[in-house]
Write a protein that binds this ligand. Structure first.
Ligand SMILES: Nc1nc(=O)c2c([nH]1)NC[C@@H]1CN(c3ccc(C(=O)N[C@@H](CCC(=O)O)C(=O)O)cc3)CN21
Ligand SMILES: CC(C)C(=O)C(=O)O
Ligand SMILES: [Mg+2]
Length: 278
């Protein structure tokens, strides 16, 4: 398993860092076996696997439930768990308690926190407590209602400057990594050059230190609108639908199960049971 210092070393060597979300045992296992550098148990799980239309309903218990499953599937991959909606905006003490609970119950290596501003003292506090923190700026989905939806952020020079300043503050506060979501590629490049900690982009172009995508988007298992920044490396949804439809047909037409899929009792036992052949 890679460490926080190894991720910094990868940035210095211009070796790209790969990250993907995973929310359960098999997806984490696939990711680990594919050689991914880091797994994110994202609160996007609320939308992707729980069917909510935002990340707001996701709770600490949801994150722990899915985090534990992902951990079991990927015991040897650096695991980051998202702090869900709201909990970081309670007192620093309360947020620290939740972060400790998530780390201890999931066995994750780090937590991720959306925003700068009032999160800066929290990033300091968690880091001091020995909890590695990934910061998250640009489009922060937990604030989508305030940002006016899932929109690209930092499109004007003044907005971009604010994100750049916030990014530096997260680094100074002790964050070991920064996720930047849905920002212009020029800003992402400038930001990655200005920071010593690795930047991981999603919808931020190629000039960042690593990339993250949502597992289901990447394999084409998505059921929602596919954002412009996604590349689908497979389309498993139609494949799965076809398999299920064939199963339905075969059961209805008595094709499944065949002899190959059934168990047999010896003939003498059938005689004892119901008097022989039927
Ligand atoms: N399946 C999934 N993939 C994600 O990447 C993802 C989630 N869910 N849920 C949580 C957040 C929400 N995210 C999103 C969702 C939609 C757009 C989107 O549609 N954006 C527009 C850009 C609009 C503009 O031009 O400002 C797009 O067309 O990509 C972006 C990020 C990223 N995260
Ligand atoms: C999109 C990534 C960065 C995330 O925060 C999530 O999956 O919840
Ligand atoms: Mg998230």
């Amino acid at each position: 398993m890679k460490s926080t210092t190894q991720f910094k070393a990868m940035k210095m060597k211009y070796e790209k860092i790969t990250m993907v979300t995973a929310y359960d045992y098999p997806s984490a296992k696939v990711a680990e076996q594919a050689g991914i550098d880091m797994i994110l148990v994202g609160d996007s799980l609320g939308m992707v696997v729980l069917g909510y239309d935002s990340t707001i309903p996701v709770t600490v218990d949801d994150m722990i439930h899915h985090g534990k499953a992902a951990r079991r599937g990927a015991p040897d991959t650096f695991l980051v768990v998202d702090m869900p909606f709201g909990v970081c905006h309670l007192s620093t003490d309360q947020a620290l308690r939740y972060a400790i609970e998530m780390m201890q119950k999931t066995g994750a290596e780090a937590v991720k926190i959306e925003g700068a501003g009032t999160m800066i003292p929290l990033i300091e506090r968690l880091t001091a407590a020995g909890i590695p923190v990934v910061a998250h700026l640009g489009l922060t989905p937990q604030s989508a209602a305030v940002l006016g939806g899932f929109k690209v952020q930092g499109k004007t020079s003044s907005e971009a400057l604010k994100i750049l300043e916030d990014a530096k503050k997260t680094e100074q506060a002790g964050a070991f990594m920064l996720v930047v979501e849905c920002i212009p590629h020029q800003l992402a490049k400038q930001l990655s050059e200005a920071l010593t900690i690795p930047t991981i982009g999603i919808g931020a172009g190629k000039d960042v230190d690593g990339q993250v995508l949502v597992f289901h988007d990447l394999i084409g298992y998505g059921t929602h609108h596919i954002p412009k920044f996604v590349k689908q490396y497979a389309t498993v949804f139609p494949t799965m639908q076809q398999a299920l439809a064939t199963y339905v047909d075969e059961v209805k037409s008595l094709t499944f199960p065949s002899e190959a899929h059934q168990f047999v009792m010896k003939e003498q036992e059938t005689i004892a049971l119901y008097g022989g052949k039927k």
